[in-house]
Design a protein around this ligand. Structure first.
Ligand code: ADP
Ligand code: ZN
Length: 525
């Protein structure tokens, strides 16, 4: 019997599933053929099986490197329940127990060993002695400095793996990776291009919405009321905001929990457990919550604030609907959240280069928040996935059904010529001030009121002009770049804008909406 047939048998008889999911079979086949592999699958796509099944079929042990210490116990327990011998080594296990487990490994009494990256080095002499058939690097994006969750403890993985006796197969798995991060993972772990398995990032059971300028608390409370008994995650960008929303909802007797890095480990564990078992079906959290959360029935994820980039957003939002049921992902956009995110980057200890990179990634969030295209498509396009037909149910797809586009060519031309007259050396907020005809000190000091484009959009509010600019940016007319002097985001025109200026192209957009399309509520889950 071929190994892959045995794999199929295990899938059915041991794990109890009828068929492999997209990508699983290919990754498993490659691993069983001894090929180093990179698997990129959306959250909930079923990455664990991709190495658990080969682990059972390969001679030696399988080492699973994972940063998710809190999850190891659960995973090992689940495997043990299926009768699969597995164990884990991390800082939560005391010295004597470690000794005992090492002995077990030595005696070949286990098939899978989960290990935290920090532990790898000290464990190396030991693994050189036992036969390791497969090394799995879970959450492999953590290895890349360009990933959104780079972990220094992952840096040494590549070197340590090189010291393992051959032939050890390497499998790297992640839910989020841009082309650059993928290349990084392949370089560090010596995986060839053709052994990369990318399953579609589309999550067709998720409905995405971006709502602008809502009263966030009212919206959230109302949403919870309209979805009683459902489980949801509400992400905020700061601990302070988590605490205040949590207090507010608690005082109103909602069953809510909270989670952030400022809480003690015990408190966090309890909060996570109460959420998992639906004792508090709603949790308010910072992004410290969730990596590796395995709750299946999360029906909605609301982002109370703007996340720092698309990868984080998709990973967090993707925690909704892991069971495949229809679920909702809502982002509440407020201009000032961008400033908070910029501030968080600015005051971080990242290098100058790195900060610049983070700012650029923050810009991708703008694109998402202001695009008029299908939101699901906007995300998968970011991950270099081929575009699918529009999802037909996101906020933008619904708005499109309801509202027709208008010709904004004249307004766009005015904005573009203003950007040009300002020599493409300013940010959008200054451009908006000039177009509005602002008398702000900075405008006057720089004599920008002398430009012929000064005040030519004064029928609009400054905020509307800014929003208009952000939409034009999303639609690819304006390009944002980072000033090398002070990291401020500046804007310039793209070729597409030049064509509009020359009168060769018209600009059609839906009117800038602050209200939701009326069919949104009707369709709400
Ligand atoms: P990931 O690590 O990719 O986020 P998991 O490995 O935790 O996802 O799998 C998510 C869920 O999907 C789990 O509950 C798992 O049991 C289930 N699952 C995995 N593979 C299959 C399959 N082939 N058929 C049905 N369910 C599956
Ligand atoms: Zn859509």
């Amino acid at each position: 019997m071929k190994l892959i047939d045995k794999a199929e048998e295990l899938l059915k008889d041991l794990f109890g599933y009828t068929a492999f999911r997209n990508g699983q079979k290919q990754i498993i086949t490659q691993i069983l053929d001894g090929k180093n592999s990179l698997g990129i699958m959306p959250t909930g796509g079923g990455k664990s099986l991709c190495y658990q099944i080969p682990a059972l079929l390969l001679e030696g042990i399988t080492l699973v490197i994972s940063p998710l210490i809190s999850l190891m116990k659960d995973q090992v327990d689940a495997l043990n329940q299926l009768g699969i011998p597995a164990t884990y080594l991390n800082s939560t296990v005391d010295r004597y127990e470690i000794e005992y487990r090492l002995q077990e490994i030595h005696n070949k009494q286990v098939k899978l060993v989960y290990i935290a990256p920090e532990r790898l080095e000290s464990f190396l002499p030991m693994i050189q002695e036992v036969e390791v058939s497969l090394v799995v690097v879970d959450e492999a994006h953590c290895i890349s400095q360009w990933g959104h969750d780079f972990r220094p403890s992952y840096l040494s993985i590549g070197d340590i793996i090189k010291q393992l006796p051959k032939p050890t197969i390497i499998a790297a798995l992640t839910a989020t990776a841009t082309a650059q991060v993928r290349q990084d993972i392949r370089d560090i772990l010596q995986i060839s291009d053709e052994n990369t398995v990318l399953t579609s990032f589309q999550r067709s059971n998720l409905r995405f919405s971006v709502l602008h300028d809502q009263d966030k608390i009212t919206f959230t409370e109302d949403y919870i009321n309209r979805h009683p008994k459902q489980s949801g995650i509400i992400y905020c960008s700061t601990r302070k905001e988590v605490d205040s929303l949590y207090q507010y909802l608690l005082e109103k007797s909602y069953q809510v929990g909270r989670y952030h890095a400022g809480m003690s480990e015990d408190q966090r564990e309890q909060a996570q457990e109460a959420f998992s078992y639906d004792r508090t079906p709603i949790i308010i959290a910072t992004n410290a919550f969730g990596m590796g959360i395995n709750k299946q029935n999360v029906r909605y994820v609301i982002h109370f604030n703007l996340p720092k980039n698309i990868e984080s957003y998709y990973q967090e939002a993707g925690r909704a609907g892991r069971d495949g049921e229809e679920s909702e992902c809502i982002l509440l956009y407020h201009g000032q959240d961008v400033r908070i995110q910029r501030f968080l980057v600015e005051q971080s200890e990242l290098s100058q280069d790195r900060k610049k990179h983070e700012f650029q990634k923050l810009n991708t969030m703008y694109r998402y928040c202001f695009t008029q295209n299908c939101l699901q498509n906007t995300i998968i396009q970011y991950f270099d996935d081929p575009i699918e037909t529009p999802c037909g149910k996101c906020h933008n797809c619904l708005a499109q059904e309801e509202t027709s586009t208008k010709d904004y060519t004249i307004e766009a031309q005015k904005m573009f010529s203003c950007i040009r007259r300002m020599k493409e050396r300013f940010g959008l907020s200054m451009v908006a001030k000039v177009l509005k005809g602002s008398k702000s000190k900075k405008v006057l000091d720089l004599a920008l009121d002398k430009l012929s484009t000064y005040g030519i959009l004064n029928d609009y509010t400054e905020k509307d002009i800014q929003q208009f600019g952000l939409i034009l940016q999303s639609e690819g007319y304006i390009d944002s770049y980072t000033s090398s002097k002070n990291n401020l985001p500046l804007i310039r025109l793209t070729e597409k804008a030049i064509q509009v200026l020359k009168g060769e192209q018209n600009v059609y957009l839906r009117p800038i909406q602050t209200v939701s399309p009326s069919n949104w509520d009707k369709n709400t889950i």
